[in-house]
Write a protein that binds this ligand. Structure first.
Ligand code: JHZ
Length: 418
C-alpha cells in the first residue's frame, strides 16, 4: 500500500549517500517528526457499503531543518489514490472567482494561446482557459475516470502521472507551450526532482510555469491540520521550492498569494536564461517565512484542541437530543471524522454535491454521504461545514436552512451564533 520516505524530496537532506562498495554510514542527519494523526484511511477512498476499502496507513509529518519542507513519512501508491478519483474541481462561485484572479495573474506575464495543465482533473480549468483565449490546450492527469470526462468535454487529456513519457506525449500535443499550469499538484508529487526534469522536456525558453500550492505558513498559522492527508505528500514553503530549483534550469520568478483552499501561493517559474529578472515578490514573500519544527509542533497541539473542541460541541448536542450532520464530504471531512472517531451515532450523514461520493460512506466510517437536498429534508440542528474554504458562499446559499433554525458550524472557528 505504501513506501517509506526518510530524506527531503526538495533538498536531499538526510539522504544516506552510499559510495560504490562502501556500506552507508548511519547518518545522524534525520528529518524531524513533528505531527501525527495516527492510522488514517485515504481521504478520498469513498466506497459503497459492500465495496472493499483500501485500508489504513500512518499519517505522520517530517520536517526538513535545512529547507523547511514538511513531508509525509510515507507515500501511498498513486494508483490507489488516483486511478479512480472522487474529487472534481469545484464549480462554485468561489472557485470561478479564483479562476478569474488566477487568469489575471497569468496575464501579467503572458497571454497564453497554448496551455498545458498538469493534474488537469476533469478539464474544468482548461475549459475556462479556452473560453478566455487559449486555443491549444492539453491536460495530463492520472485519473482514468476524470481523464475520460475531460475528453468527453472536448479537452485532450493524457492519462498518467506527469513524467518523462507523458511529458513527451504532451509536448507532441502542444509543441511550443506558452504556459504550463499545475494547480494543487506539486504537493502530490513524490519525485519532485524528476518532475522538474519532465518540465524541462516541455518548457521552452519563454514558457511561463505557474504552480498553485497551499502555503505551509497559512496552514500553520490557521491550524489547518485537516489539509494533512495522503494526497498531500509535501507542505510547500517558498524556501523549499528555491532549494528544489537550485540545480535546475529553472528559478522562482514571481509569487502571489490567493485565498483559495485556506491560503495558496501562485508561484511563477521561468527558465534561468529568460530575459526577465525575478519579481521582487519572491524575496519579499520568502522573507515572511519563519517556519521551524516548533511551528509544526505548535500546530499539532492546536489540532488536538480543535479536535477536542469539535468533539465537545457534537457530544453536547447529541446528549441534548439534537441532530448533527456534515456539509461537504471533502478530504478535510475525512480527516476530521477519523481524528474525532465519529460514527453515524453522532453525525447522521454528510451532504455533498459530488455524485461519485453520494451513497458512499465517509472513508474510515459508517457515515453515509447523501445528496444536498437532505439538509432541508432532515433539517438537522447543526451542520458542520467541512468544506469551510467555501463557508461564505455556503452560508449565503443555505439561508432557508438557517431561517428554519439550522446552525452552520465552521470547525475551525468558535461556535458562533448566526
Ligand atoms: P474541497 C481536494 O480537497 C483534494 P477537498 C485535493 N487533494 C486538494 O489538494 C484540494 O482539493 C485542492 C462539496 N461541496 O474542494 C464538494 C458541497 O457539497 O474543499 C466537495 O466534495 N457543497 C485535490 O476534497 C467538497 O464539498 C458546496 O456548496 O478538501 C469540497 O471539497 C460546495 C462549495 C462544496 O476539496
Amino acid at each position: 500500500m505504501y513506501f517509506i520516505r526518510t530524506s527531503c524530496r526538495c533538498c536531499g537532506f538526510a539522504e544516506v549517500l552510499t559510495p560504490p562498495g562502501i556500506k552507508a554510514a548511519s547518518s545522524d542527519e534525520k528529518l524531524v517528526k513533528v505531527f501525527s494523526l495516527g492510522l488514517q484511511p485515504p481521504a478520498n477512498d469513498f466506497k459503497k457499503e459492500d465495496q472493499e476499502r483500501e485500508g489504513y496507513a500512518p499519517l505522520e509529518v517530517l520536517f526538513c531543518p535545512r529547507c523547511t519542507l514538511a513531508q509525509l513519512s510515507i507515500v501511498v501508491r498513486p494508483d490507489i489514490l488516483y486511478r479512480t478519483y472522487a474529487y472534481t474541481t469545484s464549480r462554485s462561485d468561489t472557485m470561478l472567482r479564483h479562476f478569474d484572479s488566477l487568469w489575471d495573474y497569468i496575464q501579467t506575464e503572458c497571454h497564453p494561446v497554448s496551455l498545458m495543465e498538469i493534474g488537469s482533473n476533469d478539464g474544468f480549468f482548461l475549459q475556462y482557459a479556452k473560453a478566455h483565449g487559449a486555443e491549444m490546450v492539453c491536460g495530463v492527469d492520472p485519473s482514468e475516470n476524470l481523464s475520460q470526462e475531460a475528453r468527453d468535454g472536448g479537452v485532450q487529456t493524457i492519462c498518467g502521472l506527469f513524467d518523462k513519457e507523458t511529458a513527451a506525449m504532451a509536448h507532441a500535443c502542444v509543441p511550443s507551450v506558452d504556459c504550463i499550469v499545475a494547480r494543487h499538484v506539486v504537493g502530490h508529487v513524490d519525485d519532485l526532482r524528476a518532475f522538474v526534469k519532465s518540465l524541462d522536456l516541455v518548457a521552452n525558453k519563454n514558457t511561463l510555469i505557474l504552480i498553485e500550492v497551499p502555503w505551509a505558513k497559512r496552514l500553520l498559522e490557521r491550524g489547518e491540520f485537516d489539509t494533512v492527508y495522503f494526497e498531500h505528500l509535501s507542505y510547500i514553503t517558498i524556501k523549499s521550492m528555491a532549494a528544489l530549483l537550485e540545480n535546475s534550469p529553472f528559478r522562482l520568478h514571481r509569487i502571489h498569494e490567493f485565498s483559495v483552499h485556506g491560503g495558496a501561493l501562485g508561484i511563477m517559474i521561468r527558465r534561468r536564461d529568460h530575459e526577465s529578472a525575478p519579481h521582487e515578490s519572491v524575496q519579499t514573500m520568502m522573507a515572511q517565512e519563519d517556519i521551524t519544527a516548533d511551528s509544526w509542533k505548535e500546530m499539532a497541539e492546536c489540532s488536538e484542541r480543535s479536535v477536542e473542541h469539535l468533539l465537545s460541541i457534537v457530544r453536547s448536542a447529541v446528549a441534548k437530543g439534537k441532530t448533527v450532520c456534515g456539509y461537504g464530504a471533502s478530504a478535510k471531512c475525512t480527516v476530521w471524522m477519523n481524528a474525532c472517531g465519529f460514527t453515524r451515532k453522532e453525525i447522521k450523514f454528510v451532504t455533498d454535491t459530488t455524485p461519485f461520493k453520494q451513497w458512499c460512506n465517509v472513508p474510515g466510517t459508517d457515515i453515509p454521504v447523501v445528496d444536498p437536498g437532505a439538509l432541508l429534508r432532515e433539517q438537522p440542528d447543526y451542520a458542520i461545514v467541512f468544506a469551510w474554504n467555501y463557508f461564505v458562499e455556503i452560508f449565503g446559499k443555505e439561508r432557508l436552512y438557517r431561517e428554519n433554525g439550522g446552525l452552520l458550524i465552521n470547525p475551525h472557528q468558535e461556535l458562533s451564533t448566526q
